[in-house]
Ligand binder design. Sequence first.
Ligand code: CTP
Ligand code: MG
Ligand code: K
Length: 168
Amino acid sequence: MNPLFEALWYILPAYFANASPVIFKGKTPMDFGKEFIDGKRLLGDGKTWRGFFGGLLTGIFISIIQYHITPNFYGSFAVALKLGFALSLGALIGDLIGSFVKRRVGMERGYPAVGLDQWGFLIAALIFAYPIKTLSTGQVLFLLAVTPFIHWFANVFAYKMGWKSVPW
Ligand code: CTP
Ligand code: MG
Ligand code: K
């Protein structure tokens, strides 16, 4: 496999885990409406339990499909599954950390935080997946470079589909 394509193939569950909650979006917010000591919401209404678990299951489902297409890339089904779980969980937790930071600096739910929105989930996914399977430094740099464009494209697509009210 081409190393750049390999990097994209590796990270795919994280992309799906990050993008799919917009389809699953639920009602109950993960912070249950609670505020932090600064009087602002802990995470905000944009982070729901349904979105979180929908994203987690979608990412794992993608890794199962990936294993059946490229079993040699993973070596075993267990590795593919563990990697899909770690990448998805990392992406979702990275997104929650991003929302926590956004609320602390006074950004309303849905406000675009350039950098945080595009790299937060990616970096957390890479850290969570690191113990299971690693990429080269060049591959990580490649993902850091292309992910903002893919993130932008995916959000415009979701907006055009009517899934979200803003194209970011
Ligand atoms: N979403 C969800 N649960 C999650 C993550 C996302 O339900 N754990 C849904 C919400 O409807 C959210 C949408 O997906 O509005 C888009 O996600 P995102 O852009 O990450 O959330 P924002 O609304 O921009 O909120 P924030 O400012 O906190 O990032
Ligand atoms: Mg957003
Ligand atoms: K986000």
